[in-house]
Design a protein around this ligand. Structure first.
Ligand code: ADP
Ligand code: TYD
Length: 215
């Protein structure tokens, strides 16, 4: 699938690591620097995908079989690509997504048996787009879980898997970053919001082209 002239940036990491906060801050900083930015999130980011979000994030942890869950996340992502991400990249915009395919590679690929090959096969068939830059926010799982639990939402299907899952997801994200050094940047999330945001912005600016004047 042709990606277009835009730039695609994703944030990944365990629950509560600060992805949403940092995605929002980076979007604001890049916009202030003159980039045309679209901030989006997964699961979600388009009307259909937001509807699927409620199906996958709410309710009993055993609500879906691992295979059905992979199909739901992939369906949500396909709709997000068609309606939101591909049009923006084709228009030359900068897309920042709070989570993307690396989350499926880990959560659906590793958390309930090894289904990574199935996740990879579906990604290749249905999505085919990789980010230009992925920020992997690394942090202590106990702290991440405490932050995430402090939010009080009904979207706790995955948080209910607990700290053990967070620990293996953290290791998985670090492995993935090592396997994809061409796009992944590991960020130490155990710092203040401001310190993390300064680091993320500096890393992004070092890799991004100058904004096109008047765009
Ligand atoms: P994620 O999207 O990775 O789950 P959030 O950005 O939603 O993480 O942050 C989870 C919670 O932690 C929020 O209440 C947020 O305000 C807080 N938070 C985010 N970054 C930091 C930080 N560096 N230090 C302390 N608290 C933070
Ligand atoms: P998110 O709203 O980003 O939660 P958080 O802010 O706590 O990180 O994502 C909700 C949950 O969805 C999170 O526990 C991870 C899970 N998830 C998957 O399991 N697979 C996926 O492909 C995506 C995008 C998210």
């Amino acid at each position: 699938m042709p990606q277009g002239p835009g730039t695609f940036i994703t944030f990944e990491g365990i629950d509560g690591s600060g992805k949403s906060t940092q995605a929002r801050r980076l979007a604001a900083s890049l916009e202030a620097a003159g980039h045309d930015v679209l901030l989006t999130r997964e699961p979600g980011g388009s009307r259909g995908a937001e509807e699927i979000r409620a199906l996958v994030l709410e309710g009993d942890p055993d609500r879906w079989s691992p295979e059905a869950e992979i199909l739901l996340f992939t369906a949500a992502r396909r709709d997000h690509m068609e309606k939101t991400i591909w049009p923006a990249l084709r228009a030359g915009r900068m897309v920042i997504s709070d989570r993307f395919a690396d989350s499926t590679r880990l959560y659906q690929g590793l958390s309930r048996g090894n289904l990574r090959a199935l996740v990879d096969g579906l990604h290749e068939m249905m999505i085919g787009t990789e980010p230009d830059i992925t920020f992997v926010i690394d942090m202590d799982p106990a702290l991440g879980l405490a932050r995430a639990k402090g939010r009080q939402t009904s979207e706790e299907r995955f948080e209910d898997f607990g700290e053990e899952l967070q620990r293996s997801m953290r290791a998985g994200f670090l492995d993935l970053a090592r396997d994809h050094p061409e796009r992944c940047i590991v960020i130490d999330g155990n710092r203040s919001e401001d310190e993390v945001a300064t680091d993320v912005l500096a890393q992004a600016l070092a890799r991004l082209p100058e904004p096109v004047a008047g765009s």
